[in-house]
Structure formats: structure tokens, C-alpha cells
Design a protein around this ligand. Structure first.
Ligand SMILES: C[S@@+](CC[C@H](N)C(=O)[O-])C[C@H]1O[C@@H](n2cnc3c(N)ncnc32)[C@H](O)[C@@H]1O
Length: 250
């Protein structure tokens, strides 16, 4: 077996061959696509909206900017970006076509149709030229990518000089007691909600396991710097349940 084919990675708490991860992730999002927006509101008690708004506050979109929203799913980030920018363009890229199809059916997609593109693609091999976008976002997507460092390298490549990266992702709560309390909630409640509302316990079990496996704030900050981004920083959201990482292609 060659090196590439024998490498393994996490899929939740399972260890799987790297070559299998993307297919399994697609299986999860194919399965949840039609309930994705409802489940987001229910599981986070609406807090994902607050975090996405905080992302926009830090990003401060400006008129005319071109956004690439990777793992953009049903369009939450792109819609917010275009509303704040007033005028601009957003490309929503996602590995799972049913997520994009759900997004295109939303009322916002209709209203902003001329400023939006929907593209099926992989964060690790973006189908765009170097130096194309002003802003790159990835929201609750990068922990699903097989090799997150490659996604960050690609972000750097497609951003124009002066362009901005912003990543919103679940993270680790620095306070151990609070992390334990949060684990108790997420491991006991979220898969049950997944079963009750979406009839899909396994996808939501994967969700909580993938959150627990994702690197902490400082480790991920180093990955952002390794990709080449300057002035790299992060902000915790809700005590570190999630975090925003920002960097610039200087
Ligand atoms: C939790 S959803 C996030 C959707 C949206 N960004 C949001 O914040 O609501 C994660 C998305 O990542 C996508 N995804 C997973 N791996 C990917 C990859 N390698 N390239 C592009 N998208 C990917 C999934 O298909 C899914 O739509």
C-alpha cells in the first residue's frame, strides 16, 4: 500500500482511511440537508445565528467585495455577507449538492440571485484561479474536511493579496468544568434530538464527536499561520464553545 492510501484520519471518534472520510461526510450531509436549518436552530437554541452575526461584525463586509464561502451549505454566511455589504458577490461552494439545493430554495437566495453562485466542490482543491477573492469564509465546515491544513492553504491561494480569511468553528472551552458540562449536554442531548426531529441519530453523533476532536484555538491559530496568513488572531464565542479565527493574505 502506498503512503497516501494507508493514511488514516478521524471520522467522529472512529479512525478511517483518509480516502473514505469525504464520502462519509457527504453521507451525513446528504442525510441531514432537508432538516439542516431547522436542526441548527433547535440544537443551538438559535445561538448559531448570534455566532454568524459576530462573524459578520468582525469581518465588516464592504460594498463590491467578492466572497468565497466554502462549505457554505444552505447559504447562511453568504446571505448575511451580501446584506451587510449592500453590493457584492458571493460564491457558495460545498461538497454536498443537496445542501446547496436547499440553500437555493430559500427566499434570500431568490432575492439575491444575481449576486450569488452555487458551486459543488472540495475545500482541498478549489476550482478557482489564484488571487480571485477578497474574502474567504468557512463556517462549521473545516472540521469536516479530511486535511484542514490543505483547505487553509487553498484559502491562501485563491485570496487576492490583501484578502481576508475568517473561520467560524466549534472549539474547546478553556475551563475544564464547563467543558465537562458542555460535553454532558452535547453527547446526551444532541444525538437524541437528531433521532427525534430528523430520525437520524448517527449523523448527530458524528457531529458531537467531530466537535470534540477538532484542534483547540491555539493549535488552529498555528495552522492558519502555517498556511501563510499574517495578523492571525482568534476570538472566543460563548466561552469558547465556538471560535472565530481571522487572518490576512499580506
Ligand atoms: C455544518 S455544515 C455548515 C454549513 C454552513 N456553512 C453553516 O454554517 O450553516 C458543513 C458543510 O461542510 C460541507 N463540507 C464538508 N466537507 C467539505 C469539503 N471537503 N469541501 C467543501 N464542503 C465540505 C458539508 O457538505 C456541509 O454542507
Amino acid at each position: 500500500m502506498s503512503d497516501q492510501t494507508s493514511k488514516t484520519t478521524h471520522f467522529g471518534f472512529d479512525t478511517v482511511p483518509e480516502a473514505e472520510k469525504a464520502g462519509r461526510v457527504q453521507g451525513v450531509f446528504n442525510s441531514v440537508a432537508s432538516k439542516y436549518d431547522v436542526m441548527n436552530d433547535v440544537m443551538s437554541m438559535g445561538i448559531h445565528r448570534v455566532w454568524k452575526d459576530a462573524m459578520m461584525d468582525w469581518l465588516a463586509p464592504r460594498p463590491g467585495q467578492r466572497l468565497l464561502d466554502v462549505a457554505g451549505g444552505t447559504g447562511d454566511i453568504s446571505f448575511r455577507f451580501l446584506k451587510r455589504a449592500g453590493a457584492g458577490h458571493a460564491t457558495v461552494l460545498d461538497l454536498t449538492e443537496p445542501m446547496l439545493i436547499e440553500g437555493r430554495q430559500r427566499a434570500e437566495a431568490d432575492a439575491m440571485a444575481e449576486s450569488l453562485d452555487w458551486v459543488v466542490g472540495d475545500a482541498m482543491a478549489l476550482p478557482f484561479e489564484d488571487n480571485t477573492f477578497d474574502v474567504y469564509t468557512i463556517s462549521f465546515g473545516i472540521r469536516n474536511v479530511t486535511r484542514p491544513q490543505e483547505a487553509l492553504n487553498e484559502a491562501f491561494r485563491v485570496l487576492r493579496p490583501g484578502g481576508r480569511l475568517m473561520v467560524l468553528e466549534f472549539s474547546q472551552i478553556p475551563n475544564e468544568m464547563m467543558q465537562k458540562a458542555y460535553d454532558l449536554y452535547s453527547f446526551n442531548v444532541i444525538p437524541r434530538m437528531g433521532q427525534a426531529i430528523a430520525n437520524d441519530r448517527d449523523s448527530y453523533q458524528y457531529l458531537v464527536e467531530s466537535i470534540r476532536n477538532f484542534p483547540d484555538q491555539e493549535t488552529f491559530l498555528d495552522m492558519v499561520k502555517i498556511a501563510g496568513f499574517g495578523n492571525a488572531k482568534y476570538r472566543n464565542l460563548s466561552l469558547g464553545i465556538a471560535a472565530l479565527h481571522s487572518g490576512w493574505k499580506l
